[in-house]
Design a protein around this ligand. Structure first.
Ligand code: SF4
Length: 512
């Protein structure tokens, strides 16, 4: 089968995948049904409808499917004294309840309870029961002058907390398999993750064409086992996020359609969460994925996305506001503040330039420095997203032992991914403007790792993201496009989008 054709996949005809085919909405190709279904799709792949019959009786023969696991974390090695950062610099390390109890009863450590080890003031949870507050130097109080951990050195690795003994690995269990993704706040973990051209070792990043969706569509004919349903959703996300026929923002736009449908089906069915709905309705999941795969393979939504326009003025204001929201609450790692300064220098945000000039610099930096860089390293942002998927149990959310006001929400999880990509992309465009031709992977690693330490280690900020987007009515498809679509090449469109007045909204992110 030709990798860049869909004929084998859905039509059996000679129609090549016409990615820029500009099918008029409502016109369709000869033979294409106007309900959006793809001609030639097996009749057994109907549109998703509820209710769907549940699993057959146990013992029903089920095909075994292989699911992608994040094996890349096995290659991680701490570089210790050669590291440009230190794990416990600028991060109040969380201590789990079990470790806290050990510390409370240990002769050498109990005198430090209440000072170097404090109960989590925001509500102790099993995994985040206490914190190591930062010293005036912004480090953990148990770090010695040689940047070695006193607890490890004196009492051995058995006395380390779960976080300290596993970091930067992010450990979780899926279908009874333990997985380890990486926290990109560690510069070495970020380097390893972002710079590996084939992170998942399956060559899919380089593969082109719609053949990648074939297994998903074929699986639409089969009933997934209960425990497979969530992994199948994740597998589809891993395929979609690496479909280089679509720019990154369009992959996120398309994936947003899936998470929206998942969430709304969960709510219609009264399941509470998308994860619960998937487990209860594996057949519907496989049909939904087949439908989403057919949409992605056919390019059916391409005309809709082609008509959307970038709004870089609004995008820049949003990202700066989001960053401001975080930097008003110290501690903020110094390496991240350096990146923000580079971003501002690259765009002229803090030099009194008017909005039109700042937006001109933004578009120019994108076109001249950022885009050529990502063309050379297309896996960089992809790998960032893939690791996010594994680390955050996307789109279902991480399991938490604390009772929160709201249940995990697949739409919010997707918006969080989009917000993180928007921050990385926008800040990198500014940093690229600062370094111009010298902009390189080292700058990207520094930005991603310091941003991760700043925003991903703050549970409060992670919880604020959904509210931030909802308040601005961006919790929808237009919001995803606004956040993630890069600046338009045409200067006129962004000039109009922001007006010509100077100053104001695009000032320094550190002015708060
Ligand atoms: S941040 Fe990463 S590489 Fe640096 S010391 Fe910590 S674990 Fe090692």
């Amino acid at each position: 089968m030709a990798e860049d054709g869909i004929q084998d996949l859905v039509t059996g005809a000679q129609a090549r995948f016409d990615f820029a085919g500009k099918m008029g909405v409502g016109q369709g190709r000869p033979g294409q049904r106007l309900d959006g279904a793809i001609p030639g799709l097996p009749a057994s792949v109907p549109p998703v409808r509820l209710p769907v019959p549940d699993l057959p009786a146990p013992g029903w023969p089920q095909p075994q499917r292989e699911y992608t696991r994040p094996d890349y974390s096995e290659r991680f090695r701490c570089i210790s004294s050669a590291c440009e950062d230190t794990c416990c610099q600028g991060w109040g390390v969380p201590i789990d309840q079990g470790t806290f109890e050990k510390y409370r009863s240990h002769e050498l450590l109990k005198p430090h309870i209440g000072t170097l080890i404090q109960l989590n003031a925001n509500g102790p949870t099993t995994s985040d029961y206490a914190r190591m507050p930062l010293t005036v130097n912004g480090t953990c109080g148990f770090l010695d002058p040689q940047k070695l951990c006193e607890i490890h050195k004196t009492l051995g690795p058995g006395m380390l907390s779960v976080t300290c003994s596993t970091y930067p690995r992010a450990v979780s269990t899926h279908a009874e398999v333990v997985e380890k993704a990486l926290n990109l706040s560690c510069p070495e973990a970020a380097r390893l993750t972002l710079l590996m051209p084939d992170l998942l070792g399956d060559g899919l990043g380089q593969a082109r064409g719609a053949g990648r969706y074939r297994t998903v569509i074929e699986a639409g004919n089969r009933i997934l086992r209960r425990e497979e349903a969530r992994l199948a959703v994740r597998e589809f996300a891993l395929i979609m996020l690496r479909d280089r026929r679509y720019p990154v923002w369009q992959r996120l736009y398309l994936l947003g359609n899936l998470t929206r449908r998942l969430q709304s089906m969960a709510e219609q069915a009264g399941c509470g969460t998308a994860a619960a709905w998937c487990e209860a309705n594996p057949a519907a999941v496989s049909h939904l994925l087949a439908d989403s795969a057919a949409t992605a393979a056919s390019g059916r939504l391409q005309p809709v996305m082609d008509r959307m326009e970038a709004k870089p003025g609004e995008q820049l204001v949003l990202v700066i506001d989001l960053v401001r929201q975080r930097v008003t609450e110290p501690p903020i790692p110094g390496r991240f503040l350096e990146c923000v300064q580079e971003f501002e220098a690259g765009l002229g945000c803090s030099s009194g330039k008017g909005e039109a000039a700042i937006l001109g610099a933004y578009a120019e930096s994108y076109e001249r420095y950022y885009k050529p860089f990502t063309d050379r390293h297309p896996h960089l942002i992809e790998n960032y997203m893939l690791n996010h998927v594994f680390k955050n149990n996307y789109p279902f959310g991480r399991a938490t032992t604390v009772k929160t006001a709201s249940e995990p929400n697949a739409e919010d999880e997707h918006l969080a991914l989009c917000a993180h990509v928007a921050m990385v992309q926008t800040l990198l465009i500014g940093v690229a403007g600062r370094h111009q031709e010298a902009f390189a992977t080292g700058h990207a690693v520094k930005l991603v790792s310091s941003l991760a330490k700043t925003v991903e280690h703050s549970r409060k900020f992670q919880e604020q993201i959904a509210g931030f987007l909802a308040e601005r009515k961006l919790n929808n498809a237009q919001g995803i496009a606004l956040l993630t679509m890069p600046p338009a090449p045409s200067r006129e469109s962004w000039r109009d989008s922001a007006g010509h007045t100077g100053g104001g909204r695009l000032g320094s992110a550190m002015e708060a």
